[in-house]
Design a protein around this ligand. Sequence first.
Ligand code: KG4
Ligand code: ZN
Length: 337
Amino acid sequence: MIVLGIETSCDETAAALYHSEQGLLAHQLHSQIPLHAAYGGVVPELASRDHIRKTLPLIRATLAAADCLPQQVDAVAYTAGPGLVGALLVGAAIGRSLAWSWGKPAIGVHHLEGHLLAPMLEENPPPLPFVALLVSGGHTQLVDVRAIGDYQLLGESVDDAAGEAFDKTAKLLGLPYPGGPQLARLAQQGHPGRYRFPRPMTDRPGLDLSFSGLKTFALNTLRQAESEHGTPLPQQLRADIALAFEQAVVETLIIKCRRALHATGHRHLVLAGGVSANQRLRQGMAEVLAKEGVTTHYPRPEFCTDNAAMIAYAGWQRLRLGESEPLSFKAKPRWAI
Ligand code: KG4
Ligand code: ZN
């Protein structure tokens, strides 16, 4: 069975073809980062318009790359939410219409289910059950994945998502959008120990998280440092702040993941979502958990951030369970996993 996946929930347009026996056949992605960079964040209307321009050409390019004809596609999976409603509507309308015109089933996929199943596309996929840490620009969640489609939310951020905190702190440090990877790069030059940020909500039991305080702490640290060392702050001190911030996020996430693993008794952890591309997080988590007999799994870096390979895969899993959409299509900007 060949599933065409379409992703348009935010600022990436993507298409992919997943074959149930041969695996991923092809995937293509167009990033809107340059389009939104001038505004310092995603402009929803510009995102929708760009998805309209790019989705069909990307689907054509993906079919060509896989040497696949439209009539060989057995089903269409599109991201139905959560995300920006206008952006979602583009992928949903195109996906549903193509499936109808080809006489094939369509399935609306949960974007976060796509992220948490993304490591299944790798060489050594995680065995079920596992704990998943979803860390993206919009979500920070710990999920007990017992089976495909059987997800229990264990905890989530009560305010900002981890990626959002990365992006906002990066902006404070004068780094361009999207700030997460830029901040991580700056932190590589940082001296450890010059600054220390708190580890929010780790001093009490529970699996919820909070990241908005770290961003405020970064602002206060920056102001204090500027009053002592002048504005603009020397590059080394900016790097030291970036490192202290990154270490705080990483350590907090590690503490919470250990708790979630103890609570569930699972031996495998999946890191997914844009922030799971962060090297300090990947290495730190794997190192700490290996000592406890837990294996950490992550997607290849390009499948940590938004992509259609994960949507095609999650769609195939749903179709296997006998699910499909009626002739109407759905776009759900808010949708609990
Ligand atoms: O999953 P994703 O592509 O989009 C959402 O669904 O949100 O995640 C994007 C987020 C952004 O906040 C971005 O700054 C962050 O992931 N991110 C990173 C890194 N790469 C991407 N944050 C920290 N370190 C990175 N290397
Ligand atoms: Zn995402």
